[in-house]
Ligand binder design. Structure first.
Ligand SMILES: [Zn+2]
Length: 109
């Protein structure tokens, strides 16, 4: 299988376009290319039960972000402030960047 690169990267601002968090915007904390998923800050929270003892003295319920499939995430353009169709182009210094197809704003700084 061809090695692919995800269109979402760490620190990207993304909108969820499907599922129970649809329409919400958050910042990508981590991408998991192997699973085609990304962890988005404060989105898709799930409750985890922890047992007393070990690191947590009391145990109980903690909330944690659950990874979201990247197919359900769209990059948000900082200038348009809405999900953007993203294009790729190569700059003069031969670095590859992503840009918003609507306003032309370069998304990799
Ligand atoms: Zn834009």
């Amino acid at each position: 299988m061809e090695k692919k690169k995800l269109h979402i990267r760490k620190n990207d601002k993304v909108m969820v376009v499907a599922g129970r968090e649809k329409g919400k915007i958050g910042t990508v904390l981590k991408v998991i290319p192997r699973k085609d998923r990304a962890v988005v800050e404060k989105l898709n929270m799930v409750k985890r039960h922890t047992k007393p003892g070990g690191k947590s003295a009391q145990g109980g319920i903690i909330e944690k972000e659950s990874p979201i499939h990247v197919a359900n995430l769209m990059l948000v353009c900082g200038k348009c402030a809405e999900p953007a169709r993203v294009g790729h182009k190569v700059l003069e210094d031969s670095s590859k960047v992503r840009f918003c197809k609507k306003c032309g704003e370069v998304m990799d700084k």
